[in-house]
Design a binder for this molecule. Sequence first.
Ligand code: NAD
Ligand code: MG
Length: 396
Amino acid sequence: MSRPQQITVLGATGSIGLSTLDVIARHPERYQVFALTGFTRLSELFALCVRHVPQFAVVPQVEAARGLQDDLRAAGLPTRVLVGEEGLCQVASAPEVDAVMAAIVGAAGLRPTLAAVEAGKKILLANKEALVMSGALFMQAVRKSGSVLLPIDSEHNAIFQCMPQDFARGLSSVGVRRILLTASGGPFRQTPMAELEHVSPDQACAHPNWSMGRKISVDSASMMNKGLELIEACWLFDAKPSQVEVVIHPQSVIHSLVDYVDGSVLAQLGNPDMRTPIANALAWPERIDSGVAPLDLFAIARLDFEAPDEERFPCLRLARQAAEAGDSAPAMLNAANEVAVAAFLDGRVRYLEIASIIEDVLSREPVVALDDLDSVFTADAKARTLAEQWLSRHSR
Ligand code: NAD
Ligand code: MG
């Protein structure tokens, strides 16, 4: 094989970032870390730099950059520290880079991920919020630059694996009837409705099958995660919202399915460990070891399925409505959700109020077309302001 591929990991200190580095470290002959980025936990970023010796590290502020640069120099490392969004965009689009893992959480990942797309990089997309916010523009940029877009979200990676290799446009063109998007149902699938009023952030983050960052853990508990994934699937696979059905599958062994017109249903199975989709996307179209244990079907013994209850999970209904409304609705939904989840994690609102905030925000603004990135960020900012206004009206 020729030289190792140079990889930038945006959001290296997070759950997906660390799993990515675990897979990369198993294959030093194939992959080399070009840049690592972190927003908080900068001592962990330093330790990751020592372990992976990237050419660049990116942190949010000048002060933090100075501190990290001094520590790196003292440790004899050549890593150069860059700052802020400009630094993120620089390491995402640098000419030396082959692939970018987009694993920043939330809207903050959009600009650097788009910078990687525009530079024609191979994109390993974990940052679903970026695609939800700007779907049409994002996919347009992918087509224009010829960048290869590989889904990291386990469901979308599963769907990707179950789709024909030459898939380009429209589900019906390849005989697909619908996509079955599986969901675990999260920690509150069976919690009595009356108790949902009082659940804590720690309870919401205690996912039964997956270990993830706190924002996506809350999204999984509310099933907003599945709503965002529905929108993500529509963009990635050129599907209509009505062609994506959500199926609750509590064991998280089947990661999603594709239903073909001849009655064939293809599924991808595996242990719930993000290193599988990460390794799949990193090596695609080849296969590499991910460190994930083989699936033990006898230990699992059974697979269950149920329909989602939209009364229990109103966020799923709101996301489907936003998917159908299109234009600015998904960006507004995403931004309102980010504010609401942050407020819930800070103890400022109750769990059930997350959906109330999002519904309120969406009801106050008409849906508008998003013609460019500025209009995306305007819709995002508008929704954040409206969500903040809800918080001030209801401050306790
Ligand atoms: P996390 O909270 O563990 O990590 C987030 C990373 O983003 C960290 O490195 C953090 O420093 C960085 N970050 C946060 N705010 C930032 C900002 N304003 N600017 C720059 N960097 C910032 O989150 P995670 O669980 O790793 O999830 C990352 C993304 O992957 C999310 O979009 C999530 O929806 C998606 N995803 C995660 C999983 C999972 O299993 N964890 C599965 C599927 C998809
Ligand atoms: Mg997922």
